[in-house]
Design a protein around this ligand. Sequence first.
Ligand SMILES: CC(C)(COP(=O)(O)OP(=O)(O)OC[C@H]1O[C@@H](n2cnc3c(N)ncnc32)[C@H](O)[C@@H]1OP(=O)(O)O)[C@@H](O)C(=O)NCCC(=O)NCCS
Length: 221
Amino acid sequence: MSADAFARLRWSRLGPQDRDRIFELHLRVLRDMSPDQVRPESLEFFEALLDGAGRIIGACDPDGGLVAYGVLQDGPDPGTRPDLWLDWPSDARIQKLAGSSVAQAYRGQRLQCELIRRRVALADPGAYLYATAAPSNPASWHSLLYEGFEIRRLRRVYQDSLRYLLARRAGPPIVSADADASRPMDALSLDAQDRLLSQGWRGRFLARTGAVFVPPEVAGP
Ligand SMILES: CC(C)(COP(=O)(O)OP(=O)(O)OC[C@H]1O[C@@H](n2cnc3c(N)ncnc32)[C@H](O)[C@@H]1OP(=O)(O)O)[C@@H](O)C(=O)NCCC(=O)NCCS
């Protein structure tokens, strides 16, 4: 996709009439991915989100074709307690970035970053935001790190599938200072990452070094 094509995309909040084309794009991107990389969603999932359980935004090409969507879900997944996993207040207002897809022809321009920025801007002021991304889906967690999310935990979720749990507050992102004690993510096995995360280290994107883990004294509350 050229910069010109990016500029010509039309962004909007999607409604119940868009349900089938959102689902069609979801199924299309799933063809190249395994459930260990992306959670397969049902038509009813999108229907509920469009019906008030959250919001879905989309980008259309000049012919009106849907080329990307992103889901902002009000509240955590039913039956889960991210507030406990992430040491959030029990009355925290929680919203989840609950999935996004970019059509193959539109990849490689950080369109997911735009989807993340727009959903963070739509979130309630002060909301506690989280998302999940499979370690084997770097396009997804790189985009979240670029947009100020931090990797906070590594957990088995969605029928025993491994995911990073990433979080940030709504509002402007915390600007990370480069940390001398940081450790490059790509030099650490998933077991080593899991150990650091359980000790309070966080995965962040730093301008100078890229994706790193920063120690608790740098990570802050
Ligand atoms: C995840 C997805 C939305 C990202 O699309 P996109 O915005 O076009 O992503 P990009 O191709 O611009 O990649 C974003 C970043 O990840 C990096 N990245 C992409 N694939 C990568 C890979 N295999 N290994 C390492 N880094 C990778 C890119 O290099 C880019 O960083 P850069 O700009 O610094 O180079 C898209 O791949 C998709 O629709 N995947 C299927 C559905 C999905 O995984 N959804 C998210 C989880 S629900």
